[in-house]
Design a protein around this ligand. Structure first.
Ligand code: 5GP
Length: 201
C-alpha cells in the first residue's frame, strides 16, 4: 500500500513505538484506564500467547495460515515480521472507522509498522511516540521479567531493540522510560496526547 487510506479522517492515531521491554504495554494499560472513550485496537499475531495473556485482549493469537489469508483479503492496515520470526498486524477496518468518526486511537507497533502506517495515514491524523531506554542491560532484565525465553529469542529481541533505538528520531516524540519511572513516563505520554488532541474537539 502506498496511498493514503482516506483523506477525510477526523480523529487521531497515536502509535506507541519502542523496543520490546520498553514499557509500551504498561503505558497503554494506564491510558486505557484513564480514557475509556478512546479506541485501543487489538492486533493479530502468530506468536504463542505468554502465560497470563488472554486471546482478544492485546492480540488475537492466530495461525500463520489464518494470518496469511488475512493478508490476501486486505484486512491489514500494516503487518510486519517482527524479531525475525512472527507476523504482527494491525487490522484496518476498526482503525479507519474510528478515525473517520473522529475518535482517538492508541496502538503499539514496532518501528516497521510505524513506517508503513506513516505512508498511508495523513500526517494530521498521526502522532508517533517512541519509548526510549538508555540502558540495554536494563532492557534485557525487563524482557526476561515477562517470562522465560530461549537464548535465541532473547537475542532476537535485543537485536531488534538495537535497530529500533537507532531509528527513534523518526518518531514525533521520544519519551524516556527508565526503570522505576513508569509514572513519569505515563505522565509525559499523557501530556503529549492532551496537547495533540486539543484542536480535535
Ligand atoms: P510482543 O511479542 O513483545 O508482544 O511484541 C513484539 C513487538 O511487536 C513489539 O515491538 C510490539 O510493539 C510489536 N507489535 C505489536 N503489535 C503490532 C502490530 O500490530 N504491528 C506491528 N508491526 N508490530 C506490532
Amino acid at each position: 500500500m502506498s496511498e493514503f487510506v482516506n483523506e477525510n479522517l477526523h480523529g487521531k492515531l497515536f502509535l506507541i513505538v519502542g523496543p520490546s521491554g520498553s514499557g509500551k504495554g504498561t503505558v497503554i494499560k494506564a491510558l486505557e484506564a484513564k480514557y475509556p472513550g478512546f479506541v485501543f485496537p487489538i492486533s493479530y499475531t502468530t506468536r504463542f500467547a505468554r502465560e497470563g495473556e488472554e486471546d482478544g485482549k492485546v492480540y488475537h493469537f492466530v495461525t500463520r495460515k489464518k494470518f496469511e489469508q488475512m493478508i490476501k483479503d486486505g484486512d491489514f492496515l500494516e503487518y510486519a515480521i517482527v524479531h525475525s520470526n512472527n507476523y504482527y498486524g494491525t487490522a484496518k477496518q476498526e482503525i479507519v472507522d474510528a478515525l473517520e468518526s473522529g475518535a482517538v486511537v492508541i496502538r503499539e507497533v514496532d518501528i516497521q509498522g510505524f513506517h508503513s502506517i506513516q505512508k498511508i495515514i495523513p500526517k494530521k491524523n498521526l502522532t508517533s511516540i517512541f519509548m526510549k531506554v538508555s540502558d540495554l542491560n536494563d532492557l534485557k532484565g525487563r524482557i526476561l521479567m515477562r517470562g522465560a525465553l530461549s537464548d535465541e529469542e532473547l537475542k532476537r529481541r535485543l537485536d531488534s531493540a538495537a535497530k529500533e533505538l537507532a531509528q527513534e528520531g523518526d518518531c514525533d516524540y521520544q519519551v524516556p522510560n527508565e526503570w522505576g519511572k513508569v509514572k513519569e513516563c505515563v505522565g509525559a505520554v499523557d501530556k503529549i496526547i492532551i496537547d495533540e488532541i486539543k484542536d480535535l474537539y
